[in-house]
Design a protein around this ligand. Structure first.
Ligand code: UT7
Length: 326
């Protein structure tokens, strides 16, 4: 008998502080109108002093566990997708394991795939479950991009926000995750990166503090993202023998409303079948898909049995998709 991974519950958490476009107008040469028109973003959430990725991830995980009706002792796999971990080591997943009281002996690790991180983590958890390596997985996407933004760069600081989303995946006889499709291509790394990392040493960061912040050639990334996401949704439909329009909900990475609209057009889906949270959350990188999923599950739009297409594109470049029967 085949074993599949099914989503049993979702949860999310947003930091309390909201930063509006008007606030950013006072920081850099920008306007509420430009940000809304070019990105669809009206506001984003930002962590408080001392609040970390692990803090907001733990809150999202608790909400997902409650929704699924599972306790810490039921979880045998924890994967956190993030590019903004709390410490160099151990993984933030291990810190969260301890905080949640998930028993020692479970598997916990982080995945770094930038904005595609949640799709990568979902793919990994699905493989663990289908091959009998785990029965119940907590999969989290959480980011504190506000810590790695150059607040003087209007080309990036208006785009990102902080947040966390989580799902509980469980072994089941009926299919949940139907297929996943992952890709990477490191050749265009300079178009979107944070060029500093610990292997370069803290001295390198101190002599060039900007190297610890996000840099992006936005317009070039935009064009590649639209083209690449169009191809990966085609790949997903073909792999499952589906027609455009068979999808109930597109739950895309929330980078830019214009990118989401282009993918929806490719799928011949009206925008009211696309879960959009970029207006309120901004781009929360690896957290954006599980956050959007949780919003649409809790407000009743996403119903059991419906077919969801999740897709993301981000630094690396990395990109991917997942077709899920909810
Ligand atoms: O999540 C990971 C993947 N990331 C993405 O997918 C992001 C992809 N990129 C984008 O979403 C868009 O490219 C942006 C929203 C970043 C930029 O939109 P765009 O339509 O590609 O604008 P642009 O970069 O071509 O810039 C157009 C103009 C420029 O001025 P000039 O040279 O035409 O005078 C920019 O300097 O807009 C200017 N600009 C701004 N103006 C006001 C750039 N940022 C701002 C700003 N406010 N915040």
């Amino acid at each position: 008998m085949s074993v599949y991974a099914r989503i049993r519950g979702t949860g999310s958490h947003l930091p309390e502080r909201v930063v509006t476009n008007e606030e950013l107008e006072r920081l850099v040469e920008t306007s509420d109108r430009w940000i809304r028109e070019r990105t669809g973003i009206a506001q984003r959430h930002v962590v408080a002093d001392g609040e970390t990725c692990g803090d907001i991830a733990t809150r999202a995980a608790e909400a997902a566990m409650e929704a699924a009706g599972v306790g810490p002792g039921d979880i045998d796999l924890l994967i956190l997708a993030t590019s903004t971990p709390d410490q160099v080591f151990p993984s933030t997943a291990c810190l969260i394991q301890h905080r949640l009281g998930i028993p020692g002996g479970a598997i916990a690790f982080d995945i770094a795939a930038a904005c595609s991180g949640f799709i990568y983590a979902l793919d990994a958890a699905d493989r663990f479950i289908r091959t009998g390596g785990a029965r119940r997985a907590l999969v989290i996407g959480a980011e504190t991009f506000s810590r790695i933004l150059n607040w003087e760069d209007r080309g990036t600081c208006v785009l990102f926000g902080d947040g966390a989303g989580a799902v509980i995946l469980e072994a089941d006889e009926t299919p949940g995750v139907l297929s996943t499709h992952l890709h990477s291509d490191g050749r265009q790394e300079p178009l979107l990166n944070v060029p500093w990392g610990v292997s370069k040493g803290v001295e390198a960061l101190m002599s060039d503090p900007a190297s610890g912040k996000v840099t992006m050639r936005g317009n070039e990334v935009f064009k590649i993202a639209v083209r690449t996401l169009g191809a990966v949704v085609e790949e997903t439909l073909a792999a499952n023998g589906l027609e455009r329009g068979d999808i109930d909900w597109l739950v895309p990475h929330q980078a830019n409303i214009r990118i989401m609209a282009a993918t929806a057009r490719k799928l011949e889906l009206p925008m009211d079948r696309v879960v959009v949270t970029v207006d309120r959350h901004g781009n929360t990188s690896a957290a954006s898909i599980p956050l959007a999923l949780d919003v649409a599950v809790r407000d009743g739009r996403i119903q059991p049995g419906q077919l969801l297409l999740l897709e993301a594109f981000g630094a690396g470049f990395t990109w991917g998709s997942a077709l899920v029967r909810f």
